[in-house]
Write a protein of this length. Structure first.
Length: 435
């Protein structure tokens, strides 16, 4: 019984939500393992649109357990709001959701710390989602964080919170903002949140391992994308968690030996939200056209996404880091109107072709993309679900991406809906989904 990881092969927003929702039919559990409500995973089911932030996309399937793993950081207010929205849409959240007792808690002062840091006039901001994600992970790694289990234990929470609050008050004093943080009010509010989420909290590592031991299948849903991974991404313009395949084990308590396949999700082009190097970025009017055709606006913050061309060296790098068994290419239909489609096939730095992804951000910003133009197909592929129906140039484009990246394209997406998808029958992906 295959357990699979589905994760972003670029800078996020690749269409993970659509893919996970579609595949969740074949799994018993869907688990998030990192990030928090900085993610925005959009799922269309008929007329209904869902944007999942903290809760795994598997929550939408009857019979699937949705698991928020230990590696996720949870803002209880955001969680409760998302639960309420889903409940109002008819999803029985309480019975489908399990929340790790080891996940860390985001507090309002984490958002405040991020705002202060991002707002400093003497730095280039990262362009975060302003959700307090980074400062919450800082407290986790700094060993002063508060976990969901602590929040639920009223006798201990008070003392742990007071200790963390004292730490924040010291910093606030240094910034002359101590009167602005209602530390006592936050404590009371969080004790109330705890009552609401308590029934769903458990040891999710045990839940997942027990389920797998009894023959159940788990789908791991990545958030963000490999190039936003704190170790392997375009540091420091990254998120604060492990968005790569390795993060799935750390953030869920499932051993690497239980993972049977890793699936990368990539757009047929590429986008990025926030600051940071973007070698194949399209600054001209075609970039605006793609943004419009692909509706490339952040699902969490509404910010316009920066658009660019499929980046082969980047994909080869993210494939190396994650060990992709198969690639899913989404949003092929967005390229339908183009005469020619540039593909970034190499980078140059100081006149030399690079073999490896530069480590320093200052170099990443300077690298020059080398493009090869591929012919467009100039006809609609929207909604196609059969490979043979694709225009020849579209098939050639997809085959070209597979040959350049060295990874099979196991699935193509031609629209946001579940049925606007094709899984290649002879692919490794089809085999992994069937096993
Ligand atoms: P995620 O964060 O990786 O789940 O991706 P987002 O939901 O943030 O962004 C992907 C957007 O593209 C969503 O609005 C999806 O509904 C949409 N989408 C996904 N696949 C396709 C596709 O094949 N074609 C088109 N046109 N839209 C798609
Ligand atoms: P999904 O799961 C795209 C980006 C932010 C910013 C950087 C750090 O929908 O693909 P953070 O708030 O995480 O500290 O911000 O990471 N970012 C995302 N970009 N998709 C996401 O999630 C993202 N989550 C964070 O824009 O550049
Ligand atoms: Mg998104």
């Amino acid at each position: 019984m295959s357990n699979l990881i589905v994760l972003g092969a670029q800078w996020g927003d690749e269409g993970k939500g659509k893919v996970v929702d579609l595949f969740s039919e074949k799994f018993h559990l869907v688990a998030r393992y990192q990030g928090g409500h900085n993610a925005g995973h959009t799922v269309y089911i008929g007329e209904k649109k869902f944007v999942l932030k903290l809760i795994p996309s598997g929550i939408l399937r009857d019979g699937v357990k949705a698991v928020i793993g230990n590696g996720v950081v949870i803002d209880p207010a955001a969680l409760i709001e998302e639960m309420n929205t889903l409940t109002a849409a008819g999803i029985p959240v309480e019975s489908r959701l399990a929340i790790s007792n080891r996940a860390h808690v985001i507090f309002p002062f984490h958002r405040l710390a991020e705002k202060i840091s991002e707002g400093r006039s003497d730095r280039v901001p990262i362009g975060t989602t302003s959700r307090g994600i980074g400062p919450s992970y800082e407290d986790k790694i700094g060993r002063r964080g508060i976990r969901i289990a602590d929040l639920l234990d009223s006798s201990n929470f008070s003392a742990l919170y007071d200790e963390l609050a004292a730490d924040k008050a010291t910093i606030a004093k240094a910034f002359n903002i101590e009167n602005n943080i209602p530390l006592a009010d936050i404590k009371k509010q969080y004790q109330e949140y705890s009552d609401r989420i308590a029934p769903m909290v458990c040891d999710t590592a045990k839940l997942l391992n027990d389920a797998m031991n009894s023959g159940k299948r788990v789908l791991f849903e990545g958030a963000q994308g490999t190039m936003l991974d704190v170790d392997h991404g375009t540091y420091p313009f990254v998120t604060s968690s492990s968005a790569t395949a390795g993060g799935a084990c750390i953030g869920s308590g499932v051993p690497p030996t239980r993972i049977d396949g890793v699936i990368g999700v990539s757009k047929a082009y590429i986008t990025r939200v926030g600051s940071g190097a973007f070698p194949s970025e399209e600054h001209g009017p075609i970039g605006d056209r793609i943004r419009k055709a692909g509706n490339e606006f952040g699902s969490v913050t509404g910010r316009p996404r920066r658009c660019g061309w499929f980046d082969v060296p980047l994909l080869r790098y993210t494939s190396m880091i994650n060990g992709f068994d198969s690639l899913i290419i989404t949003k092929l239909d967005v390229l339908d109107d183009l005469d020619e489609i540039p593909v970034c096939i190499a980078y140059k730095l100081d006149g030399k072709i690079l073999d490896e992804m530069p480590v320093r951000h200052s170099d990443l910003e300077r690298i020059q993309p080398v493009f090869e133009n591929r012919p467009g197909w100039k006809q609609s592929t929207r909604g196609l679900s059969d490979y043979d129906e694709l225009p020849e140039a579209a098939r050639k484009y997809v085959d070209y991406l597979a040959s350049q990246t060295g990874v099979e394209v196991g699935c193509l997406s031609t629209g946001p809906e579940r049925n606007e998808t094709m899984v290649m029958p002879d692919s490794k992906l089809a085999q992994l989904l069937a096993d």
